[in-house]
Design a protein around this ligand. Structure first.
Ligand code: GLN
Length: 484
């Protein structure tokens, strides 16, 4: 059987694998062929593993022997370069970890291995996940497969491009302020940021620990859901991991049964007052019309403090990152450069090992945490964080505003040109719709919502759906009905 990856999702691939229409080896070979043709140009993979076919052979044996076969057995997947996979290189897109190898499996990797996936390789990213375009990677930009003159988004730009160019069926990324959803929207794929604490962060190279979540990319909402179901769950190795209060699938079905189309959707129109591209806004308004036509109730809502999200994010994230990155000192991990004395070693290693954006954020973060400025910036940001949380609590509270979900565009613009954004602030502004979900910890997904034309090319645009803590079920349900 001819394998066309662009027409496959996990469910279909799984059916074909168990029916014997094709093998996991054949499926992996198609990925490798696509990668060979396209990766040199696109630069989505930093490394293709050399044992892909062996992994696939093992999956085939498992399928042949009906030995603990899961929906993911034999499914080709790519991993962002900041998720540890034992014995394999992992660099977080940085020179400072150029020759570093994972010393253990991240919990998500362990779960995927148990499920029998085939890891194709590790994907490019902005250095330490700081950025929105992968231009901050120490290993070159990842081009957008739909228009090679544009960025694929970031920081998980490699993972979104891989799914878009069929270099794997699905992938994992990480999202601290939008790094799964924004590249998903730029590349025309689905990307989910789960509820904070739903997926273990054990083995994820930390950036902003109170904001980071690992999330799946796929071509369909159902792929994101299947992957989420496998990687989620309480993990005692992550102290911020949530207990398993997320309902089982059947309970969720009961909960939503009969309510499909009766859910209420909030639209914070006031947030789109300025800065959103005219075509993106028009595309969003079409999505709102569509959701109304599906029978959902739509109402305009106010999130009065949410306009401060970027200010809060760009204080908290650098603060947490500057402290997380202090471990890269040339002694414990990766690159080591000799200076005149111990302090010299630190300075030299970090000078050579870190790129410009990482240094900028370390300086910003160290500044906002320094005595004298701590109250003015870091504490203030935490107070405003609580206010933003209360905006969303009220929105979801049935006794207050009482919506089931909130819609926004995922990003204010479609993918921009490589090299276009020279000023870091203009890049930071792109996170305006995605950062609130990280600040509050709620789940959010980006699904493709159509295209806008730029220079004769149809560039994908994403629709973001947010719901209350632990309510990924609502997101998937709306996402599925919108994708039809
Ligand atoms: N673009 C945001 C930043 O640069 C988000 C990054 C992320 O989610 N990892 O911080």
């Amino acid at each position: 059987m001819e394998i066309d990856l662009s027409k496959l999702d996990i469910k279909k691939a799984h059916e074909h694998l168990v029916n014997g229409d094709f093998t996991a080896v054949e499926l992996a070979e198609v990925c490798l062929k696509n990668v060979k043709e396209k990766n040199e140009d696109i630069n989505a993979y930093l490394e293709i593993y050399d044992d892909v076919l062996e992994q696939a052979k093992k999956a085939d044996e498992r399928i042949k022997n009906k030995d603990n076969v899961t929906e993911l057995t034999g499914i080709p997947i790519a991993l962002k370069d900041n998720i540890l996979n034992e014995g394999r290189a992992v660099s977080a897109g940085s020179k400072i970890l150029e020759n570093y190898k994972g010393t253990y499996d991240a919990t998500v990797v362990k779960k995927l291995k148990d499920a029998g996936v085939v890891f194709i390789g590790r994907t490019n990213m902005d250095e330490f996940a700081m950025g929105s375009s992968t231009e901050n990677s120490a290993y070159g930009v990842t081009k957008n497969p739909i228009d090679l003159t544009r960025v694929s988004g970031g920081s998980s730009g490699g993972s979104s491009a891989i799914v878009s160019m069929n270099g794997a069926l699905v992938s994992l990324g990480s999202d601290t302020g939008g790094s799964v959803r924004q590249p998903a929207s730029f590349c025309g794929v689905v990307g989910l940021k789960p509820t904070y604490g739903a997926v273990s962060r054990y083995g994820l190279i930390a950036m902003g620990s109170s904001l980071d979540q690992i999330g799946p990319f796929g071509k369909s909402v159902s792929d994101a859901e299947i992957l989420f179901d496998v990687i989620k769950g309480y993990d005692k190795l992550d102290s911020t991991s949530l207990p398993d209060v997320l309902q089982s699938k059947d309970e969720v079905k009961d909960l939503l049964a009969g309510r499909q189309g009766k859910l209420t959707i909030g639209i914070p129109t006031h947030l789109f007052a300025d800065g959103v591209d005219k075509d993106v806004l028009e595309n969003f308004n079409q999505s709102v019309e569509k959701i109304k036509s599906l029978g959902y109730e739509v109402k305009d809502i106010e999130l009065p403090n949410t306009k401060y999200s970027l200010a809060v994010y760009y204080v908290l994230m650098p603060a947490e990152a500057s402290s997380n990155l202090s471990r890269f000192d040339g002694v414990k991990y990766g690159l080591r450069k000799e200076g005149e004395n111990l302090l010299g070693d630190y300075l030299e290693t970090r000078e050579v090992g870190f790129g410009e954006e990482v240094k900028r954020r370390i300086m910003l973060g160290t500044h906002v945490l320094s005595s004298g400025y701590y109250d003015a910036y870091y504490n203030k940001a935490n107070i405003v964080r609580e206010l933003i949380k209360s905006d969303f609590d009220k929105a979801f509270d049935p006794k207050a505003i009482g919506v089931d979900a909130i819609l926004t565009p995922t990003t204010p613009t479609p993918a921009f040109k490589i090299g276009e954004k020279k000023d870091p602030l203009s890049m930071y502004l792109l996170d305006i719709f995605t950062a609130p979900a990280n600040i509050t910890g709620i789940p959010a997904i980006s699904i493709p919502s159509g295209t806008v034309e730029r220079e004769g090319k149809d560039l994908p645009v994403g629709l973001q759906i947010m719901a209350n803590h632990g309510r990924e079920d609502i997101i998937f349900s709306i996402g599925r009905s919108m994708s039809i």
